[in-house]
Design a protein around this ligand. Structure first.
Ligand SMILES: N[C@@H](CCC[C@H](N)C(=O)O)C(=O)O
Length: 281
């Protein structure tokens, strides 16, 4: 179980934890005193997979003045995002394991609005993700190949491309570069999911994340995909199992809200070296 760290002094180099949710991996920075100066440069340095700790993003875990908690999520390129579903599970797992919150129902804030985690002493974590709102039809392109998609807002922006072919077509997509998208529909960039059906209530997807690149999972993306999958079948609620390269999550869509359930794994903890922290100010 992770220890509840004492207040990190910015000059000492902060306490960190490393973990993942379905292999979408993050550096957690517990910041009980809300004093860490988390610059874009520091986020990029921590997420660097060769010269840093490595991660798809950084999450600062911060208490709120009202006794609640704030998930300060940053993408690996240093940009801010409204919400991160896999990261939220890890954030909530940390708070329970470290004794910041009692097991059970844990409300918290994100830039995308309030959310609620459901965490027990062990096992999967569920996050009430709010509404997944379907928007306009749009397109993604990878080289000469175009894919019809639909915009879905899960607090952050997604472009879900359903029925792109079979599993081998999905596996063959080149996501080493960002797919093209319509900047008029997505002026702030977009996370793009490519999806194939796998049977009743089950799909497989790959994702290219805004501010990161291809990741092995995206929690908000799985919720967007579940909502789009159900809508394509004329449904507004139901359960969808979503297979991602890093594992499987369960998404329950209901009118006006959604629930994401999956693993949250803390792998290690330590302290960032003061020299590293100072060098990337
Ligand atoms: N991996 C996340 C999503 C992180 C934010 C995203 N890259 C964005 O910029 O919107 C998830 O699990 O939801």
């Amino acid at each position: 179980m992770p220890a509840a760290p004492s207040a990190p002094a910015d000059s000492d180099g902060p306490i960190f934890l490393k973990g993942h949710g379905t292999e979408n991996d993050f550096v957690l920075l517990p910041d009980r005193a809300d004093e860490l100066d988390l610059t874009e440069n520091r986020v990029r340095a921590l997420c660097d997979r060769r010269a840093g700790l490595g991660g798809d993003g950084v999450i600062r875990v911060v208490p709120d003045a009202d006794g609640g908690f704030f998930m300060d999520y940053r993408n690996a390129d240093g940009s801010l995002a409204q919400m991160c579903g896999n990261g939220a599970r890890l954030f909530a797992r940390y708070m329970v394991d470290a004794g910041w919150a009692a097991p059970g129902r844990i409300p918290f804030r994100t830039r995308g609005g309030p959310r609620v985690a459901h965490v027990q002493t062990s096992g999967d974590v569920s996050i009430e993700m709010g509404p997944a709102t379907l928007g306009v039809a749009s397109r993604a392109a990878i080289g000469d190949a175009a894919f019809a998609g639909i915009a879905v807002d899960v607090g952050n922006p997604h472009l879900v491309c359903l029925d792109i072919g079979d599993r081998s077509t999905l596996a063959a997509l080149d996501l080493s570069h960002a797919p093209e998208f319509d900047p008029q529909v997505f002026p702030d960039g977009v996370n793009i999911e490519f999806v194939t059906a796998q049977g009743p209530g089950e799909v497989a997807m790959r994702v290219h994340e805004r501010g990161v690149g291809e990741t092995r999972s995206c929690g908000t993306g799985t919720v967007a995909v579940a909502a789009a999958t159900l809508a394509a079948a004329g449904r507004t609620q139901g359960r969808v199992l979503v297979n991602v390269p890093g594992g499987q999550v369960t998404v329950d869509i209901a009118p006006g809200t959604s629930m994401l359930t999956g693993p949250a794994v803390i792998v290690a903890q330590g302290r960032v070296e003061p020299q590293f922290w100072a060098a990337h100010r």
